[in-house]
Design a protein around this ligand. Structure first.
Ligand code: HEM
Length: 426
């Protein structure tokens, strides 16, 4: 079991979510006592039809940027039955999800969650979801050989409280019979198998927390600023560089009100990032050379407010910067994919220590998976390689990222989330 020794409350909470399971839940309750978590909806009340309607119930930071929930669990589930799901499978899944909705307030103080369906799920019916392009995941760069997440479902659980994500997970897949005072009639283990679980965290203090001994690749010199929400040491997710929930919502067809989700799980070479580069180089590689020269970012992004500070001029100058500066910024490059000045992706990514290495679960929402592919192409910047920067060297942060897995999912509207047909019926 995860040892508390040497860890602060925050560090231990993070380690418990990484461990997962009923053991971690009872250690959490023993150590911190049972936290009072607000309850969910009553009979007759309804939650938003968009499963991804999180922003209105997430806190904002002092600059009005949406602050992500601190703890995250991803559960990849396969339906045990071959072929098309039955009404009984649907009732099992829907019943479990409704239990969570009754148990927890739909907020970061309670629990937020989404259910995604993979392209393999729709293959059970022999046709694609109507009105939505949902391709199987593929490798997206010349320098990755990822495995693919192809199980039927991906559940994403998120909360500011470790107790909520651990308890919800235990109720869904481990036979725990109560969630936040609400009885769990049936767990998903009756009809689904857990293919894998992953976990993560985001928010001030968590990345800088002293590491468990079994996490390799984090420099021992404590270089991660205390306030940084992400391992690479800077704030991210500024309002102006995030798509709105409207922008990522599917507008027509039976899945209108839903969205698509891409998940890339990657390892980050943090020791090289912190030991090889100076702070100014890190700013240049993440934002732009101009950001570094004019010192507009601050130690961890505190000097920026609701925007990454990228002007249109700087975004357009990406290729010129590669030639004249010998370095381009990750955000600068990725922003080239904006349409009419608007970002296409709503990023809800979080740090992880899954596999005993620092990494990132890059989870993002967009109207179409093809939009993700386009933004990723802009981020990869193959057009820049050989024109002032390398394929990965000085080409944003590519040198430090190793993509291990990719998955694509449809997040149907809430009323169709439990195993819909490709025509959006139950
Ligand atoms: C460890 C990995 C990553 C780190 C540390 C990171 C960090 C950042 C930072 C600091 C920004 C600028 C702040 C902001 O605009 O919110 C940014 C922007 C962005 N990143 Fe990343 N990022 C990572 C991976 C990715 C990946 C895999 C993608 C996939 C395409 C991506 C896409 C974007 C986009 C689309 C923007 C906004 C561009 C715009 O303003 O239009 N990032 N990222």
């Amino acid at each position: 079991m995860t040892e508390r020794a040497g860890l602060t409350r925050r560090g231990y909470a993070r380690a418990l979510v990484a461990a997962g399971g009923i053991g971690a839940l009872s250690a959490c309750l023993d150590e911190f006592g049972e936290r009072e978590i607000p309850g969910g909806i009553e009979e007759g009340e309804e939650l938003p039809e968009r499963q991804h309607a999180w922003n209105a119930v997430c806190e904002a930071d002092e600059d009005g940027n949406v602050r992500s929930p601190r703890h995250h669990v991803l559960l990849s589930l396969a339906l045990d039955r071959d072929g098309e799901p039955t009404d009984e499978d649907r009732a099992l899944l829907e019943g479990a999800l409704e239990t969570l909705e009754r148990a927890y307030e739909w907020s970061t103080d309670g629990l937020l969650f989404t259910v995604g369906l993979s392209p393999s799920y729709f293959e059970r019916f022999g046709s694609e979801p109507a009105g939505v392009e949902l391709p199987h995941p593929t490798a997206l760069t010349d320098f990755e050989e990822p495995d693919f997440d192809e199980a039927d479902l991906l559940l994403h659980l998120a909360s500011d409280h470790e107790q909520a994500v651990l308890e919800a997970e235990s109720a869904l897949v481990e036979g725990h019979d109560e969630v936040n005072g609400v009885t769990v009639e049936r767990g998903l283990e009756e009809g689904f198998s857990l293919e894998f679980r992953r976990s993560g965290f985001v928010g001030e203090g968590l990345p800088a927390e002293k590491q468990d001994d079994d996490v390799r690749g984090i420099p021992s010199s404590d270089p991660i600023p205390e306030e940084a929400p992400f391992f690479m040491g800077f704030r991210s997710g500024f309002r102006e560089s995030q798509a709105t929930e409207d922008r990522v919502t599917i507008e027509g067809g039976p899945f209108a009100g839903g969205t698509t989700e891409h998940l890339s799980s990657m390892t980050i070479q943090l020791d090289v990032w912190y030991e090889q580069d100076t702070h100014a180089q890190r700013v240049a590689k993440l934002f732009s050379a101009e950001h570094a020269r004019e010192d507009v970012v601050g130690e961890y992004g505190e000097s920026l407010s609701d925007s990454s500070g990228l002007t249109e001029e700087r975004i357009e100058a990406t290729a010129a910067d590669a030639r004249t500066e010998g370095v381009v910024g990750h955000a600068q490059k990725a922003a080239r994919a904006r349409e009419d000045g608007e970002p296409l992706l709503l990023r809800r990514d979080f740090n992880t220590v899954d596999g005993g290495r620092p990494g990132l679960h890059f989870l993002c929402l967009q109207r179409e998976i093809e939009e993700f592919v386009r933004v990723r192409e802009a981020m990869t910047g193959a057009d820049l390689a050989g024109n002032g920067v390398g394929q990965t060297l000085n080409n944003g942060i590519l040198q430090y990222l190793f993509v291990n897995r990719r998955g694509n999912f449809l997040l149907p509207p809430r009323s169709l989330r439990a195993l819909p047909t490709p025509d959006g019926e139950w």
